[in-house]
Design a protein around this ligand. Structure first.
Ligand code: AMP
Length: 283
């Protein structure tokens, strides 16, 4: 039986749990999640183990990054299964704050990220999102004080926003991005894939397929706007409503048309039925 990780639910308990590690000079890694763990999350834990002596995984479905019309209430919550998977993955601590521990009565401070957070991608469709993410991640970094924090490239804009925030606020944490873990047919693993009907699941790999084909064509010198327009049409034909399919500078996320102007990342978001999926790929 793998050893169950220590579960902390309040900041004092978390501090008490981590202080012996710190006293011994052990390196601490943090993997922030919203739970409903899949192989993508567990890959982050595995990578964390390579980079630190102790691995803390936070599980917190953060209310402030959901708009009232979004899926906060129905977001999958599978805490007991998550803890078992984290025991197998040899995580040391599960930081699962209660909502009161994270946002006590009278909480009144919010981080307002700019730069990559205001590039008209996720922020255009979820205007509240990166403020909520930056605030909760800043709190997680302060609570855990990790040496290294691992994030998935799956949420590419989020990764850039968090990297910039850590730099801007002089937080002593190294933010590391880990490549997206995919199903065999290319679909990026996501807790929200659980919402897909069988028919929707069958067409969902179109996102990854279009990204891959578009990246190849842009690399070969085809004009990106034409390639992207065809990609949007293909995704729509599969039954998705496309929020965006864009070519952006891989770091600043500013619009970019050609590889001559810097590294390109293709980013897509689209909705099928009730489920909104995102994905991205480097050119
Ligand atoms: P979430 O629980 O969805 O907020 O995700 C927690 C962390 O896991 C974030 O850093 C995500 O980018 C990362 N993540 C989610 N899906 C994947 C995936 N398919 N591959 C790699 N990382 C992922």
């Amino acid at each position: 039986m793998p050893r169950r990780p220590i579960i902390a639910r309040t900041v004092p308990v978390l501090r008490k749990t981590l202080s012996p590690f710190r006293r011994k000079g052990e390196r601490i890694a943090l993997v922030p999640t919203m739970g409903a763990l899949h192989q993508g999350h567990l890959t982050l834990v595995k990578e964390a183990r390579k980079r630190a002596d102790r691995v803390v995984v936070s599980i917190f479905v953060n209310p402030t990054q959901f708009a009232p019309n979004e899926d906060f209430g129905s977001y999958p919550r599978t805490f007991d299964t998550d803890v078992k998977a984290l025991a197998e993955a040899k995580a040391d601590v599960v930081w699962a704050p209660t909502p009161q521990a994270m946002y006590p009565e009278g909480f009144a401070t919010r981080i307002a990220p700019e730069g990559a957070a205001l590039t008209g991608l996720e922020d255009k469709f979820r205007p509240h999102f990166f403020g909520g993410v930056a605030t909760v991640v800043a709190k997680l970094f302060t609570q855990v004080q990790p040496d290294v924090a691992l994030f998935g490239q799956k949420d590419y804009q989020q990764l850039q926003v968090v990297t910039q925030m850590a730099k801007d606020l002089d937080l002593a944490v190294k933010v590391v991005g880990i490549p997206t873990v995919r199903e065999k047919d290319g679909l990026a693993l996501s807790s929200r894939n659980a919402y897909l009907s069988a028919a929707e699941r069958a067409v969902a790999p179109v996102l990854a397929r279009v990204l891959k084909a578009a990246a190849q064509r842009i690399k070969q010198g085809e004009p990106s706007e034409m390639v992207l327009e065809e990609g949007r049409a293909e995704i729509a034909r599969a039954g998705f409503a496309v929020d965006y399919l864009e070519a952006r500078h891989a770091v600043t996320l500013a619009p970019i048309a050609s590889l001559k102007d810097g590294p390109i990342r293709l980013l897509v978001a689209a909705k099928i039925g009730k489920t909104r999926l995102i994905d991205n790929l480097g050119v």
